[in-house]
Design a protein around this ligand. Structure first.
Ligand SMILES: [Zn+2]
Length: 447
């Protein structure tokens, strides 16, 4: 285990994402896992002998915060192509998820966390899966990422993922008691009913109650595709967000992934309840779900952050891809000024942190915050020449492979483009082997 060490990151272009979006060339001082100073070169009162890291020619920014991912699906990247949401779920994702054993889930989580860390993401909200959830927390604890995760709940329908209501709630409570606040506060638990169509009203109400008893987030999917809306209306007689609200699944502690299709009443309800929308632009395009009206949601005062969702519907877990798309998607409809780089960068950092209730601890490079820091190497042709808009460089031009160093709680997770706390080659070998085993158990040939 790598221990956090005090460190001065010197001479980079510091993108703070503080209240005034300060950007300057200077230093970031990490002391006791937190940011102890941010300022112009050699301006900080750093004790002699403090280790230094040369960041000249780099951007130093807050680690990215993705508010909707599925680590259990990292293993299924490329194994569920060219399908819309409901067949994508029923033909591939649910059978594959149901065929996970503890070892394959561990491998999937390691693969996903490796990709997130190597791409500069330091915090993620993960949807988990129905069984073996301890493996995901274990992988996060070992590899150093900050993770909010929770067991997925499904008690309606058929298939190997569906459980009894009581068993589902009971297991989640045990996991929450074990992992919420674990690893020196780096792990958090979120209750994660999959979506309204796979959860009974009794289950939804029970997890909402248990989450609020413990101060945990609630994390679910909502209003991703038109077919889903019709099915929700048939099942509940209500529009999706109204039905969720009536079950207790709105509020400042609720993250709803997608929200592509909302009517005016639903939009007003999200604003009034301070519910968070997790925008997943790549997924919404690839599953042909539609384009979420994010600028309209933001101007209504709705809290929006961003996530890459699952590897089989993206197929990347890159914060850079999602930032670029989140901006570009809106411009043909609303004009070139829509979703500017600074706004999107804020959504992927401080906005994501706020969405997870962690905004006082992470999300910007400011004194007192936990030292979650990403260093992006600009020695690449697609990132040059140097301009006065490093935010535009990050949002429109940079890629996951440009990340050089990543720190979480001041501990190095990536150095010089390499994972520090896991052996990547072993993870990749395990992933190839594990996919074949899971697919065989699921009865899927040639994944
Ligand atoms: Zn999802």
């Amino acid at each position: 285990v790598t221990v956090a060490q005090d460190l001065l990151i010197e001479g980079g272009t510091v993108v703070t994402v503080d209240a005034t979006d300060r950007v300057f060339v200077g230093d970031v001082w990490i002391r006791d896992k937190r940011i102890a100073g941010v300022g112009p070169p050699r301006s900080l009162a750093v004790p002699p002998g403090t280790r230094t890291l040369n960041a000249r020619g780099c951007i130093v920014c807050p680690g990215f915060v993705q508010v909707h991912v599925h680590l259990c699906q990292a293993l299924f990247r490329g194994a569920a192509e060219e399908r819309a949401l409901l067949p994508w779920l029923s033909e591939r994702i649910w059978p594959l998820e149901g065929a996970h054993d503890a070892a394959s889930l561990r491998t999937s989580a390691e693969l996903g966390i490796a990709e997130l860390l190597l791409g500069g993401t330091t915090t993620a909200l993960d949807m988990g899966t129905v069984r073996h959830g301890r493996e995901i927390f274990g992988a996060a604890a070992r590899m150093g990422i900050r993770l909010v995760s929770g067991k997925t709940h499904m008690d309606v329908g058929s298939g190997s993922l569906v459980e009894s209501t009581d068993a589902s709630v009971k297991e989640a409570c045990l996991l929450a008691d074990e992992f919420h606040g674990a690893a020196d506060g780096r792990l958090h638990y979120a209750f994660a009913p999959r979506f309204i169509l796979s959860c009974s009203p009794a289950l939804m109400q029970a997890v909402a109650h248990e989450a609020r008893q413990r101060g945990c987030l609630l994390h679910t999917h909502a209003s991703e595709s038109p077919g889903e809306l019709d099915a929700v209306r048939a099942a509940t007689g209500k529009d999706n967000i109204i039905a969720l609200h009536d079950l207790g699944l709105t509020g400042s502690d609720v993250v709803l992934a997608h929200c592509v299709w909302l009517n005016d009443a639903e939009q007003a309800l999200l604003a009034r309840t301070n519910t968070v929308v997790a925008h997943c632009p790549s997924t919404n395009l690839k599953l042909a779900s539609g384009i979420a009206r994010i600028p309209e949601l933001l101007s209504d005062g709705i809290r929006v952050a961003i996530g890459a969702d699952g590897a089989p519907c993206n197929n990347r877990l890159s914060a850079f891809t999602e930032m670029r798309l989140a901006s570009l998607l809106q411009k043909p409809r609303l004009g070139a000024m829509a979703m500017p780089a600074a706004q999107v960068m804020r959504m992927m950092t401080q906005g994501g942190a706020d969405a997870l209730g962690l905004g006082r601890d992470i999300g910007s490079l400011e004194v007192g915050k936990r030292a979650d820091v990403t260093v992006v190497d600009l020695q690449r042709p697609h990132l040059r020449p140097t301009t006065s808009s490093p935010l535009a460089t990050l949002v429109y031009a940079a890629e996951a492979g440009d990340v050089r160093d990543v720190f979480v709680d001041g501990a190095a997770c990536v150095r010089n483009g390499r994972l520090v706390r896991a052996e990547l080659a072993a993870v990749l070998d395990d992933a190839d082997r594990a996919l074949l085993q899971v697919a065989a158990r699921a009865g899927i040939a040639n994944p």
